[in-house]
Design a protein. Structure first.
Length: 115
């Protein structure tokens, strides 16, 4: 079993930055991929950013140029740096991990961006 704990969410103004963290209970060295998703009320869950086991990163077009995904393997943590936040970025952000055995989710952290 892999447990994931997200942190770093909060209430910020438009244009501000936040950095989300997702700490895994086990080493992330062998993970196939780590992802950040977000979901706001009434909307479908959206894949925001993705980092593969080899370090390849992809971010959604909606956040390109503003969000960056990275990881610190010794700390078993993946980050989502969010800059120039907009009201439409308001959502619950969840961490997801894909291993060769299963798929794991954290509980999420709320990000609210006010104008």
């Amino acid at each position: 079993q892999v447990q994931l704990l997200e942190s770093g969410g909060g209430l910020v103004h438009s244009g501000w930055s936040l950095r989300l963290s997702c700490e895994a209970s086990v080493s992330i060295f062998t993970f196939t991929a780590m992802r950040w998703y977000r979901q706001s009320p009434g909307k479908q869950r959206e894949l925001v950013a993705h980092i593969t086991g080899s370090g390849i990163t992809v971010v959604a077009e909606s956040v390109e140029g503003r969000f960056t995904i990275s990881r610190d393997t010794p700390k078993n943590t993946v980050y989502l740096q969010m800059d120039s936040l907009k009201r439409e970025d308001t959502a619950n952000y969840s961490c997801n991990v894909l291993t060769n055995r299963s798929n794991y989710w954290g509980r999420g952290t709320q990000v609210t961006v006010s104008s």
